[in-house]
Design a protein around this ligand. Structure first.
Ligand code: GLN
Length: 453
């Protein structure tokens, strides 16, 4: 099959299925076909890369030069990215074909893709249910085979939770392994770009391509990443010490998810040493996250003032223009976060909220450090429940926030974690398991996932 044929098949599937699923915010056929033709040309010249002709979708908060980046926000409607994200540059070098930009919760704030400023995305397993979020469009595009992989961003679970809801693999790499250059910032100390794929082998290959240091990003780690595709093959029979965190198998966990994970644990016991562990500060993770993430967001989003980017409201004075542009451009959840964050950072409250949260964050990180002295990896559920119905949690932000309770601690600690589909509920909805590892042991995380697949 040629790259052009593969691109045409993918575009045809998008036409057929995406009118219902709504995974994409932007598909430019002419551009897709041109990239595919170039990929075929490269192959003919014997210059094929690791991903030549592979159709990938990209979350619409990652820049591709000359194409829109909206972050699913009205405030960035009509904004065209002026440069490539570091990950995009790397994918281009390997010959990937970008098929389009995928839907998300506005500025990646949400857990269901219902906060998109344009339209919600639907779960291919049940159209009445959410795909998760915020990278819902990316998860759906892979789950429905509208492309063979995708990139998303994970600040508090936004890759792993939608991967779990849509039955695909998705990974948040170690903070700093993949450059954030060209990712629109939400909460800079938590944000991390990562891949979605149909299987662990593809996931390892995508991570191998996008990982690595760059002088353009001061938070990118000065390390040479291991060869992930080689590591998973070499470790096919390696036995690990695996921790089962008590706090993740507690009340509130859906019984069908619990049962399926117990079955997987039974299989794990054949090769690995399992051990119950405790991450005692887990109960503070959600509260900590909802101080730190909004605080950083309120600062990062100050740049959208109607002057530099995208949308500008009609006004008579400069101040009125700022106010109106922000009032009309941002959606409800984004405004909620800006207000929470501004409050937490304001004089007189900084010590009580932001500083306190930063200290608790350290305790959460130390829980993991301690655990990883005894175990190589941690195995847990990705989400407390299967995908919920559209509209079910939109009225109550706290209920929505709770769906990330198992994914948020990982971001606070910076460690790598992935979602692996491990079964289906009686209603035929995907169940995901989460594998977490120590910092920069992304290869070990992938290796156990590959064994289990
Ligand atoms: N759902 C979480 C939030 O709304 C996490 C989002 C994310 O990882 N981008 O902040």
């Amino acid at each position: 099959i040629t790259s052009k044929e593969l691109a045409e098949i993918t575009l045809k599937r998008i036409k057929k299925y995406d009118s219902k699923l709504k995974a994409f915010l932007y598909v430019n056929e002419e551009w897709v076909l041109k990239q595919a033709e170039m990929a075929d040309q490269r192959r003919k010249e014997g210059k094929a890369g690791a991903l030549t002709g592979i159709p990938l979708s990209i979350k619409d908060n990652i820049h591709i030069e000359g194409h829109p980046t909206t972050c699913a926000s009205k405030i960035l409607a009509n904004y065209i990215a002026p440069y490539d994200a570091d990950v995009i540059e790397r994918l281009k070098t390997e010959g990937a074909v970008f098929i389009g930009k995928t839907n998300l919760d506005e500025f990646a704030m949400g857990s269901s893709t219902e906060n998109s400023g344009f339209f919600p995305t639907r779960n291919p397993w049940d159209l009445e249910r959410v795909p998760g979020g915020s990278s819902g469009g990316s998860a759906v595009s892979v789950s429905a085979r509208l492309g063979l992989g995708s990139l998303g961003s994970d600040t508090g679970g936004s890759i792993r939770q939608p991967a779990a809801f849509c039955g695909v693999v998705g990974m948040k790499p170690t903070y700093g392994l993949v450059s954030r250059f060209g990712l629109v910032a939400f909460a800079s100390s938590l944000d991390q770009i990562g891949p979605f794929a149909l299987n662990v082998e593809d996931l390892a290959l995508l991570l191998k391509v996008i990982a690595g240091p760059t002088p353009k990003d001061s938070t990118s780690a000065e390390i040479t990443p291991p060869d992930f595709t080689k590591a998973i093959q070499e470790n096919l029979k390696t036995s690990y010490r695996i921790g089962l965190p008590r706090e993740y198998f507690a009340e509130g966990l859906d019984p069908e998810i619990q049962k399926t994970l117990e079955e997987v644990i039974h299989i794990l016991k054949k090769r690995h040493t399992l051990k119950e562990i405790s991450l005692p500060h887990t109960k503070y993770a959600l509260a900590t996250y909802y101080i730190i993430a909004p605080a950083e967001a309120s600062s990062n989003l100050a740049r959208y003032d109607g002057v530099k980017y995208g949308f500008r409201a009609e006004a008579k004075t400069l101040l009125e223009m700022y106010k109106k542009s922000r009032a009309q451009g941002f959606g409800k959840e984004v405004k909620r976060r800006i207000m929470l964050g501004t409050y937490a950072l304001s004089a007189g409250y900084y010590d009580a909220y932001y500083l306190k949260a930063s200290k608790v964050r350290t305790l959460i990180k130390e829980d993991f450090d301690k655990a990883f002295q005894e175990v190589d990896l941690i195995f847990a559920p990705t989400t407390p429940t299967p995908p919920f119905k559209l509209g079910e949690k939109t009225a109550d932000p706290l209920q929505m926030y709770l769906s990330d309770i198992f994914t948020i601690p990982v971001n606070l600690a910076g460690i790598p974690a992935l979602n692996l589909p491990v079964g289906l509920t009686s209603q035929n909805l995907p169940i995901g398991a989460q594998i977490m590892g120590p910092n920069f042991k992304d290869d070990t995380v992938l290796s156990l996932a590959y064994q289990l697949e």
